[in-house]
Structures are given as C-alpha cells and as structure tokens.
Design a protein around this ligand. Structure first.
Ligand code: ZN
Ligand code: ZN
Length: 259
C-alpha cells in the first residue's frame, strides 16, 4: 500500500469528480492522501473534503504564490485551525521566486510564521521551494537554531545543496512525477541517494502527472507510477519501497492514522 503525501483535492479538476478520484486511488492500492492547503481562507472546503473521505487528511497554510493576497496569516491562527483531528500538517508555505519574485519579502515573513506554527504544534511543515534555494536554506538554518521543527521539502526540484541541508536538519524529501521525466536527471540522482528513512512520494495533483500520463491532469492514483519508477531506480522491490515510504509517512505525519 501507498500514501500520496501531497495533492490538491480542492482544485476544480479533482473536486468536480471527487468520488471517482477516491475510487481510482483505492483501486491503485493508494490507501490515503493529504490534501494540501494553498489558502487559509479555504479551510472550510478542505475540512469538508477530509471529513467526508476516509483516510484523507488535510493541512493548513498559505502557498507562497498566494501570500500577496493573504499576507497576514499568523502562527497563532495556523495553530488554532490545525487543532482539527484530520489536520495533520502546516503549509504548504515557502518561497517561489519563479512565479512571484515581487512578493519575496512577504513570502519570507509568512514562511517564518508557518515555521513557528510547525515548531509549536509539532506538525510537519510542507515546504514549497522554487528558484529560491539559498534563501530557503538560510531561513531553515536560522529557524532551526531557534528550535527544531519537522518538515518536508515537497515536490523536490531544488539543487543538491538544499537536499543536503534539509536532510542534515532532520527534514524529509518528497518526490513527485518530475523524477519520471527524462529532463530531470539531477533530481533523480538526488532521489536515488536519499536515505531510506527520509524519502516520501507524492503526486502534487492535479499538476505534474508522471510518465505515462504526462500532460494529463494528475490524480492520487498515479503516485503508483512515481513510486514504482523510484523503486526500480533505487534497485529495490516495489513492495519494499511501498513499505518504507508508507512507514516514513506515518513517522513524519504522526497525527495521521488509518481509519
Ligand atoms: Zn508546492
Ligand atoms: Zn502543492
């Protein structure tokens, strides 16, 4: 069995066919998933999805690309909202200088509020990092000195240096369908070298469908392709890789438990 550690079931292309998405997920032996928040204002929608679906959990946070429109989220608010029994993580938060370089200062402030919430709750922080390796690394180091917090560098697509720092600080690396693309050799090398107790898999659906579904809307069922591809690349049995990423998932997302 597998878990999709990161998807967006509230996005139209998935929410418009939620029963179908969940059925196909279970048929692919993917037993659960975390639907990740990109807006705190969408809390009620995420809560409803998680509440009505077995083994679907949710997170709460502001995506860096939405920070300009939702700039004032405080750690205290994130902590209050994350008290829900099916809210198992903080984020996604972080820095995205590819899409929104103009809001970099707001993104940094918001990122630190999310880190504070993760530190105080002990819930894992889902980190989104795009074209911002140096600033992500600096903030992770600084904040870790103030007190450790659990985190995952999700949809890992950064450089080897950030991977190294993330692992050194106790973080996890989560790999998406990107690793199945021919163009992503460097990321695949990082995935092959990632320690067995710190690797996770995800879809980031509806984005980034893995080969052989590349270009189509992604869905949690497709985490199977990414996982089997990585098992093969790492030279281990699929079933063994399933077992270890699922174990890692419950280690990091310790509040999630199967229903
Ligand atoms: Zn992201
Ligand atoms: Zn995402």
């Amino acid at each position: 069995m597998l878990i999709d550690s990161h998807c967006h079931l509230d996005f139209d292309v998935l929410s418009s066919d939620l029963p179908g998405v969940i059925t196909r997920m279970r048929e692919a032996d993917v037993v659960g998933c975390v639907t990740i928040s990109t807006w705190v204002k969408e809390y009620a929608l995420l809560e409803k999805i998680a509440q009505t679906q077995e083994n679907v959990w949710f997170s709460i946070g502001t995506h860096p690309c939405n920070v300009a429109e939702e700039p004032d989220v405080q750690a205290s608010e994130l902590i209050d909202l994350s008290a829900h029994e099916k809210c198992v993580a903080i984020g996604e938060a972080g820095l995205d200088y590819f899409h929104n370089p103009e809001s970099s200062d707001l993104q940094k402030t918001s990122f630190r509020q999310h880190i504070s919430a993760a530190r105080q709750t002990g819930l894992p922080l889902i980190i989104h990092a795009r074209k911002a390796d140096e600033d992500i690394e600096a903030i992770l180091r600084e904040e870790s000195e103030q007190g450790a917090f659990p985190f995952v560098l999700h949809c890992f697509s950064s450089g080897a240096q950030l991977a190294k720092t993330g692992l050194e600080l106790g973080g996890y690396l989560s790999f998406s369908g990107i690793v199945t693309f021919n163009s992503a050799k460097e990321i695949l090398e990082i995935a092959k070298a990632c320690p067995s107790d710190r690797i996770l898999v995800e879809t980031d659906a509806p984005y980034l469908a893995p080969t052989p579904h590349r270009g189509k809307p992604n869905q949690p069922a497709y985490v199977r392709h990414t996982s089997d591809f990585l098992a093969n690349a790492r030279g281990i049995e699929s079933s063994e890789f399933d077992r270890l990423t699922t174990e890692n998932f419950f280690q990091l997302f310790a509040k999630a438990s199967l229903e």
